[in-house]
Design a protein. Structure first.
Length: 378
């Protein structure tokens, strides 16, 4: 995966983000994207980020839950943006207008960083701005996008950061994407402190996958196959034999093998092994369980056999997987440790820019006990 370009920001030069609201956008995704930016400002006592909500003409836009949001700016008056993020939701294909396409293309010509949350990636793809990029979108939109935009490199990941494109699936996934971007801009200590404030137990990373309903993952509605895969997923620690599996779904073993071969182009055994190894990788990255324990809970009778299967599937031994993951993450500090470790700085408001919700939020936060509790090096 390619790195997103770093955009330096400080109290004197905060990053400016514009959230383009499409009709029927999902409010939870917008809140998940903006919340970390507000908290970054609040914890540092500095305006590291400012943001504006946008619509084509500045008129109110309805969210998918019926609430109406009055944007800060019309697109024609949003001239100082570093990043543009399209906020999609339901009926995403019908919500994209020619004026959206024209404006987004103009932002690309100005070298803006472009992004999308939930189904907002549809608008960017329709504008031809995601060709050759790795892209995440809500799982409901995946199949349609694959058919409509063959040059877009769609993934099942929660979010994708590929050069100057940042895309996220829906729900709370934008929170993880923003925490990652904040960590790149200002250090992992700040993103960890934000997570603490949001009582967010684990920041999900770029390799975390969406939990997609089986029929969308498998590309089939074949009930016996879906039932068999569901049984496999429920029995990873103590794998059941193929004969038992066939009996449970009331087909013969030969029929079961034919189902997997015709629909998934692999044997049931191979698919079952992939599920167990994928689970093992999650445990290695997300827990402190020993390799022996991971092997056991994923149904492997011996550590050598587990290591062999893991290396053959992922191209790296389990111990190396954990080592690289530990090096990549680095030590995580608590908010109090961060507060003591980092230097103080002063918030200096910018009066020459249009009024932003970020400015108001930061002013309101000055009375909070967490105001300026995280200090950053200048």
């Amino acid at each position: 995966m390619k790195e997103a370009p770093e955009v330096a920001s400080s109290a004197a030069n905060p990053q400016t983000l514009g959230f383009l609201l499409m009709e029927n956008f999902t409010l939870i995704s917008l809140a998940s994207a903006i919340g970390p930016l507000r908290m970054a400002n609040q914890l540092t006592g500095r305006k590291l980020y400012r943001w504006y909500t946008l619509s084509l003409d500045g008129a109110p836009v309805h969210a998918s839950d019926g609430l109406q949001i009055t944007p800060d700016l019309a697109t024609s008056t949003a001239s100082t943006l570093d990043t543009v993020i399209v906020c999609g939701g339901v009926a995403h294909q019908r919500s994209v207008k020619p004026e959206h396409i024209t404006w987004l293309q103009s932002q690309a010509r100005r070298s803006r960083r472009l992004g999308a949350i939930c189904t907002g990636s549809w608008a960017l793809a329709q504008a031809g701005l995601l060709d050759g990029y790795e892209v995440s979108t809500h799982w409901e939109c995946l199949t349609a996008m694959q058919e409509a935009f063959s040059k877009v490199l769609l993934t099942h990941r929660l979010f994708s950061i590929d050069r100057d494109r940042v895309t996220s699936s829906g729900g709370t996934a934008p929170l993880d994407m923003m925490l990652t971007l904040i960590g790149r801009d200002h250090g992992r200590e700040l993103s960890a402190a934000i997570s603490e404030m949001f009582i967010y137990e684990r920041m999900r990373g770029e390799q975390d996958q969406q939990r997609i309903p089986l029929k969308h993952v498998l590309g089939t509605t074949q009930p016996k196959l879906l039932e068999a895969v569901a049984l496999m997923e429920a029995n990873l620690e103590e794998p059941i034999s193929l004969d038992e599996l066939a009996s449970y779904v009331q087909v013969s073993r030969r029929q079961l093998e034919r189902l997997f071969q015709n629909n998934l182009n692999c044997t049931p055994s191979r698919y079952y092994l992939k599920l167990r190894l994928t689970r093992a990788r999650q445990l290695l990255k997300q827990t402190s369980m020993s390799i022996i324990e991971v092997a056991m809970v994923c149904g492997f009778v011996s550590t050598p056999h587990f290591s062999k299967c893991y290396r053959e599937h992922f191209g790296i031994p389990p111990k190396n997987e954990r080592l690289w993951h530990a090096l990549d993450r680095g030590p995580v500090k608590t908010a109090k440790e961060v507060s003591r470790a980092l230097k103080s700085s002063t918030f200096v408001p910018l009066v020459e820019e249009p009024a932003s919700a970020a400015t108001n939020a930061l002013s309101e936060a000055q009375g909070e006990p967490t105001y300026g509790s995280v200090r950053l090096d200048s």
